[in-house]
Design a protein around this ligand. Structure first.
Ligand SMILES: Cc1cc2nc3c(=O)[nH]c(=O)nc-3n(C[C@H](O)[C@H](O)[C@H](O)COP(=O)(O)O)c2cc1C
Length: 361
């Protein structure tokens, strides 16, 4: 087409955008009149965490919504992690496949649920065999509990973990450290050594990167300090304020607690508290020449209810990080693949909007 022809076409497109049907305009104007009274905000609802800057940028483009970035030695297209959940039953397999499919479509990283079942029942391999759906470029981590690692170290069986990670084509292993959950779980394992010793022991024999997480209660500064000294790849908070596996085991227990609330479910550290703790530790390390210089990456998770909370905490943490969710993904995945797709799409669009127009106070 000639240059002039192109101009005419662009003008026609623009005119099409500007000229809306009269019936649409009337409908919209009537809705404004009907809904204006319901759209009143109390000033107390204002989110104090952000300054809103509407004049500085345009709407996010598709390239800004899905933007390639490095994480855990691989690449992701959005700073959102599917936290470790499930595997080991037919329903779990369906959920896992949906999650991996959507992670593949949107370029997200994903942690598998505990792969212990795989060590005991290799016929469940399909539940966890998600690399093909996720794609090679994305970070994809296997998952085991600290207690299993402790036992396998004692038996000299760490090669089985290396083999499992290899067979799953995972990039590394997430270890969940969950002493309170294990204690309250009927038939749960007993942890005999300080978990730090077990992690150090595994690192001597393990070929892949390791990430350490809790399961819904987070961890305090003394534990974080020690973790930051180890040559692990990252830390997932799995903080207090969302799904809590000590409480989940209390609910499963045949000896229910008063009000079915286990007091030890109520201790822990929220994601925001952990952000502050990590920042303090990193700045102490920076000023102390004898401390390691890190290189750790973080998944801010545990009770992250929305993209805005994730966005806020990522901006606050002074280290490479993304945010993760478990329960929110589970709810959406349970409703079906299309619901899950919409859930992720909406979250990523909203995140990109936040990036364009919000500045953290
Ligand atoms: C159904 C379900 C199963 C989970 N199973 C595991 C698991 O096998 N291993 C693990 O490390 N964490 C597991 N978690 C914990 C999550 O990874 C996450 O740390 C925790 O749910 C807090 O995040 P949330 O508040 O967004 O749910 C599970 C969570 C859910 C909801």
């Amino acid at each position: 087409m000639t240059k002039g022809g192109e101009c005419v076409k662009n003008f026609a497109l623009l005119q099409g955008k500007l000229m809306q049907p009269q019936s649409d305009i009337q409908e919209r104007k009537n809705q404004h009149l009907d809904l204006a009274l319901k759209a009143q905000m109390a000033s107390a609802l204002k989110d104090q965490r952000f300054s809103y800057e509407p004049l500085l940028k345009g709407h996010p483009t598709e390239a800004q919504i899905l933007k390639e970035r490095a994480f855990l030695g691989k690449s992701i297209l959005a700073p959102l992690w599917i936290s470790s959940m499930t595997g080991g039953s037919d329903k779990a397999q369906t959920i896992n496949k949906r999650l991996a499919q959507i992670a593949g479509e949107f370029g997200l990283g994903m942690g598998l649920g505990s792969c212990r079942v795989l060590l005991e029942a290799p016929e469940r391999f399909n539940d966890f065999d998600l690399r093909g759906l996720l794609g090679d470029a994305r970070p994809f981590y296997a998952n085991l509990g600290l207690a299993q690692i402790e036992q396998m170290l004692a038996l000299g069986e760490t090669d089985r973990i290396n083999n499992m990670v290899e067979k799953l084509r995972c990039d590394g292993l997430i270890i969940h450290v969950n002493p309170l959950q294990e204690w309250f779980q009927v038939g749960g394992d007993r942890i005999e050594r300080p978990p730090l010793e077990t992690i150090e022991g595994l690192l001597e024999h393990f070929k892949f990167p390791v990430v350490i997480k809790e399961v819904g209660q987070g961890m305090g500064p003394a534990s974080l300090r020690e973790l930051l000294k180890l040559p692990i790849r990252g830390i997932e908070f799995a903080a207090f304020g969302g799904t809590n596996f000590t409480q989940l085991e209390a609910l499963r227990s045949e000896r229910p607690m008063p009000n079915r609330l286990n007091e030890l479910s109520c201790v822990g550290h929220t994601a925001e508290e952990m952000v502050i703790e990590v920042n303090q530790l990193l700045s102490t390390f920076e000023n102390d020449n004898t401390s390691p210089k890190g290189g750790h990456e973080f998944i801010i998770s545990g009770g992250i209810k929305s993209f805005l909370e994730g966005f806020y905490l990522m901006k606050k943490l002074n280290a490479p990080c993304i945010y993760g969710q478990a329960k929110a993904f589970l709810v959406a995945a349970d409703r079906g693949e299309e619901e899950l797709r919409q859930f992720v799409r909406q979250q990523l669009e909203s995140l990109a909007l936040a990036e364009q127009y919000l500045v953290v106070n």
